[in-house]
Design a protein around this ligand. Structure first.
Ligand code: SAJ
Length: 476
């Protein structure tokens, strides 16, 4: 019997399994359960010491996710009390499902070798394979290296089930595009890339996702194209940021205000001509842009092998973009040292007030924060670094100073790393007073400081992209 016949024999998708109760799987399961088209949803979660607690919480309709997620808790309570969703560690129930999605994280083992750790995802895939039945649909939602769905994932599912993908079961990749803080909205409103290993799998996966989309629409393609889309969308964002960072460094070297140039370049609009220039800054953090470029690179190395035609000996533009973005915290060190030198202050023993540990403005997310390499370099240079962040109470390996005044008190340099709204209203006079210095240094990594207001009260100003101000006369 063909896959199409197996699927039509099974009829419309009614029972759905979601493997991995994390920030992607939980809202996805709740939205599937809330759709009248579907009968029942199981959330599959390993009863492990670190995350087994989620099972009981979810079955009480409570969300184990930290941070605000508008609408999620209410939705969970609704679908649990309607008995349309339940969480279980009993993976054998997968055998009763019509469709199973896997939303399991794929972090990198360590920041240096950038090899992804697929072990948790592979465990999930093997667990699904063990209970796979003819006519079922399996969808991978995790961010994966292009070639994973049609390669290792397919192989593990076939090995565990003795079934054949595309013949006995459907297989697809539908990458998640959610942002913490707007999980439900993103799933409902973002267009959904749906890539099957064959057209029948793509169609079945489109049937699974269409009911949860409100303004978003399904964009069908092959599984590998879907993997490339997900990694490329972040690679391109990282590239755009790197281009802005490089131009900002050039502007500083040429004594030019980057932000004037940006307005100028942006003015060439119309007839579809846009430059979409993003913003330079103290660096690029987070768990998306810092990794997805390397997934894409590994994909082309594995899938493209000798087939890739590229300028001989040249390294990837995308990897160079990563290098430029990762250079920005070092540039912030340079701006700080130049400022201290102008103030006649050796860096050894200097006090640095580091404002912002989160990687994103007005967020508590500290993953891969660019503040960390900056802080490490300043400590290595013999400075004292006190760290403040209004959204972060604690982070591994560092001590945060809760009070902004205490952080600034006695500082030789105040360095803005995150564009938190609280820092936009800093008063230069008060900060100078608190510093107790004749010429304290202010380094602006996120373009939120007005240079003249601080220079006028005696600060030594340094700002990313501000070649017009970085060598200003010091006000006595
Ligand atoms: N950044 C800059 N200049 C910019 C924009 C960002 O330096 O012009 C820095 C930020 O300070 C931050 C880092 O880059 O350190 C990442 O910022 P981000 O706005 O890209 O935030 P992320 O990392 O959370 O990106 C996520 C991604 N979403 C998913 O992977 C589902 C990304 O694809 C989205 O474009 C982005 O959110 C978004 O638009 O909110």
């Amino acid at each position: 019997m063909t896959l199409e016949a197996l699927i039509s024999k099974r009829g419309p998708i009614r029972k759905i399994g979601v493997v991995g109760m994390g920030y992607v799987g939980i809202p996805a399961a709740a939205l599937f359960a809330d759709s009248p088209e579907f009968e029942h949803v199981f959330g599959f979660q390993r009863d492990s010491p670190s995350s087994g607690y989620k099972i009981a919480m979810l079955n009480r309709g409570e969300s184990p996710l930290k941070g605000e997620e508008p609408g999620l808790e209410e939705l969970l309570k609704k679908v649990v009390s309607a008995k349309k969703f339940e969480c279980t560690a009993d993976f054998s129930k997968i055998a009763e499902m019509d469709a199973v999605t896997l939303s399991i994280q794929t972090p990198f083992k360590n920041k240096d070798d950038l090899i992804p750790d697929f072990s948790a995802l592979n465990d999930g895939i093997r667990n699904v394979g063990k209970y796979l039945k003819p006519g079922m649909l399996v969808v991978l939602e995790s961010t994966i290296t292009p070639g994973t769905t049609t390669g290792p994932a397919r192989a593990m599912l076939e090995e565990e089930s003795s079934l054949v993908a595309g013949v006995n079961f459907a297989l697809a990749h539908a990458p998640e595009r959610v942002m913490v803080g707007r999980l439900l909205r993103n799933i409902r409103e973002h267009d959904r890339i749906v890539g099957g290993i064959d057209p029948v799998s793509t169609a079945r996966a489109a049937e699974l996702y269409s009911p949860v989309l409100t303004i978003g629409k399904v964009i069908p393609m092959t599984a590998t194209a879907a993997e490339v889309t997900k990694t490329a969308e972040n690679t391109f964002r990282d590239l755009q940021i790197a281009a802005a960072n490089e131009l900002a460094l050039y502007c500083e070297a040429m004594g030019v205000n980057f932000y004037d140039v940006r307005v100028g370049v942006d003015s060439l609009k119309g007839e579809g001509i846009t430059r979409a220039m993003l913003w330079p800054g103290a660096g690029v953090g987070g768990h998306c842009l810092t990794k997805d470029t390397y997934h894409l690179e590994r994909g082309v190395q594995q899938l493209g092998k000798e087939l890739l035609d590229y300028p001989a000996g040249e390294r990837s533009l995308f990897v160079l973009a990563r290098t430029i973005n990762d250079f920005m915290p070092q540039h912030m060190v340079r701006l700080t040292l130049d400022g201290l030198a102008r103030a006649g202050r050796p860096v050894k023993g200097a006090k640095i007030a580091l404002l912002g540990w989160a990687f994103l403005a007005n967020s508590d997310d500290t993953r891969n924060t660019p503040s960390e390499p900056y802080r490490d370099d300043l400590l290595a240079a013999g400075a004292h670094v006190s760290i403040h962040d209004p959204y972060v109470e604690h982070a591994p390996g560092i001590t945060l100073t809760p009070s902004l005044d205490d952080t600034i008190r006695g500082a030789d340099a105040v360095v803005v790393f995150a564009g938190h709204r609280q820092y936009r209203s800093l008063d230069p006079r008060q900060v100078k007073e608190l510093s107790g210095k004749k010429h304290p240094v202010i380094v602006d990594g996120r373009n939120i400081i007005d240079p003249d207001a601080w220079i006028d009260v005696g600060f030594i100003y340094k700002g990313i992209g501000r070649g017009d101000k970085n060598n200003h006369p010091v006000r006595e």
